[in-house]
Design a protein around this ligand. Structure first.
Ligand SMILES: [Zn+2]
Length: 294
């Protein structure tokens, strides 16, 4: 699933390519992916232009000159691809990022008067693109519940600790995945941050020593920033606007490295199920905390 760095990569690429371009047509194949009325489409999308591209957690908001925004959640397999004076695509990594479009995964197609086409592709159709008044987006229940942005300065260590208090009795991995605790972290960055902080993902939040939580807090920021710099996590097909492959996965220490040697101690990395998700761990480097420290 695209996580904060991938959505941030989409945001940065699109803000360079689509701002100021007039939308002259929209096609969509299923209302599930594009749940908007024809009246709203005519009034607030067609013949308007994008004025900014924002991100909150894993949600992308493309603001329109009409006072509405296209709010997009990529969910499991969503991606956005721009084709025009240059090609850009980010989000879920698969062949549609570089292949001929539209294809069978294309759900929404926006065409611009200046040339250029924006494709919202989503194989599994869990994602969506909704038109909403820009002013009410931050008041949507789903948005209200989102936790702090990990890369903002206001996300201090103290703030992290107070957010974790909401999930004292769960595993640390479940707490990191909880979007109300922290916005934007998914499976990849939870595993990588916990490895960096040497905390076993099955550790219970209230049992993890403060010094380790301090390490985790800074690891989260460092790893997300590093990944954004690399263009988000990817597989072989992901190519960004500069023709560079996003390469975070190549730099991952444990994610999808099961049966391979730990880069620190050389013991084998194992895969467990934690918080319902495949979880990558070095049992030797990552300490399990299940007893409250007195
Ligand atoms: Zn190790």
């Amino acid at each position: 699933m695209p996580e904060l760095p991938e959505v941030e990569t989409v945001r940065a690429g699109l803000s360079r390519l689509i701002i100021g371009k007039n939308i002259i047509s929209v096609d969509f194949d299923t209302p599930k992916s594009f749940p908007n009325t024809q009246t709203d489409i005519d009034a607030f999308l067609l013949n308007t232009h994008f004025i900014s591209a924002r991100r909150r957690g894993k949600v992308l908001m493309l603001d329109l000159s009409s006072g509405y925004s296209l709010m997009i959640h990529l969910k499991m397999t969503g991606q956005l691809v721009y084709r025009g004076e240059e090609s850009f695509g980010a989000g879920h990594p698969n062949d549609s990022l570089i292949g001929e479009l539209p294809d069978k995964s294309t759900r929404v197609t926006l065409k611009f008067a200046q040339g250029g086409v924006l494709f919202f592709n989503d194989q599994r159709k869990f994602g969506w693109a909704r038109l909403l008044p820009t002013a009410i987006i931050s008041k949507e229940p789903f948005m209200m519940k989102l936790g702090p942005e990990p890369l903002e300065d206001s996300f201090t260590y103290d703030r992290f600790i107070s957010q974790l208090k909401r999930r004292q009795n769960t595993t640390i991995k479940a707490a990191l995945l909880d979007q109300t605790v922290l916005a934007g972290i998914g499976n990849i960055y939870a595993d990588e941050s916990l490895f960096a902080a040497k905390i076993h993902p099955q550790s219970i939040v209230k049992c993890v020593p403060q010094a380790k939580l301090r390490l985790l807090h800074s690891a989260i920021k460092e790893i997300l920033l590093f990944s954004i710099e690399k263009g988000g996590s990817t597989d072989r097909n992901y190519v960004n606007a500069e023709g560079k492959r996003g390469s975070y996965i190549d730099f991952a220490k444990v994610f999808r490295k099961e049966n391979m040697p730990c880069p620190v101690c050389q013991h084998e990395i194992i895969k467990l199920r934690v918080a319902g998700r495949g979880t990558h761990v070095c049992k030797y480097c990552q300490k399990l905390y299940k007893e409250k420290i007195k």
